[in-house]
Design a protein. Structure first.
Length: 235
């Protein structure tokens, strides 16, 4: 793509690497972490047997790292690195029984929803951001870097992640539910819920349900705000 595109025109490229999903694939030469499983069964895997599978997963990430390095090297050799915004991230994490289960799309634990994100911005110095951010923030962040003047609220309920933002929570979505993630708790909301039926409040550190109804009552305003924002761009 880089070799064939018109170098005089700007471009947007998206590359989704799939090896760390499912069976965690990688070439034999990339087997750095051992012992590594060659195959495994999701249904019979247990915490006691998870290490070789976890190593298999890490090897697939190690493989990715080499590919990302090749891409960045290519961009740099073309003299375009300081004219290119690069974002490296994952769409979700991958739990390995830290909270009692393995695999993604099962819950909203830290291991599943907290991912790394590296953003290269020409002219910007290295900095680590620890504020609450979301994948939703990528759009307003990049558009502001491209000098889009519209107020962010015109097209998104997210924020520019390169600014210091004070927000009470971030929203996370799955197929049939969503979560309001705060400092110490995670509120799981079924997307089919009528008002607050089926809503659960989970302790963020243990991902165990908090049975105290007062905790839910104390967070009703954030749930209302979440429901309002979730419907903002529906037509």
């Amino acid at each position: 793509f880089l070799a064939e595109r018109d170098a005089k025109k700007p471009y947007f490229a998206f590359l989704f690497m799939d090896a760390s999903h499912g069976n965690y694939s990688y070439p034999k030469a990339m087997e750095k972490f051992k012992p590594a499983a060659h195959s495994f069964n999701y249904l019979t895997l247990t915490k006691k047997k998870v290490l070789p599978v976890f190593n298999k997963f890490k090897n697939s990430i190690y493989f990715y790292d080499s590919l990302v390095g090749d891409i960045v090297k290519d961009i740099k050799q073309r003299g375009e690195l300081e004219n290119t915004i690069i974002v490296i991230t994952g769409d979700h994490g991958e739990p390995f029984f830290e909270k009692g289960y393995h695999g993604h799309n099962q819950a909203y634990s830290e291991e599943e929803i907290k991912v790394s994100m590296v953003v290269h911005v020409p002219g910007k110095k290295h900095k680590v951001y620890t504020n609450f951010t979301s994948h939703f923030d990528l759009a307003p962040t990049i558009l502001k870097l491209l000098n889009v003047k519209n107020p962010t609220k015109d097209y998104s309920n997210a924020m520019n992640m390169l600014n210091k933002n004070d927000r009470d929570f971030v929203s996370v979505f799955s197929w049939d539910s969503a979560a309001i993630v705060k400092d110490n708790i995670t509120i799981v909301v079924p997307l089919s819920a009528q008002r607050f039926s089926g809503v659960k409040v989970m302790d963020k550190s243990t991902y165990k349900e908090i049975g105290d109804k007062k905790v839910l009552e104390d967070n009703l305003s954030d749930i209302w705000e979440f429901q309002k924002e979730a419907q903002k761009f529906y037509k």
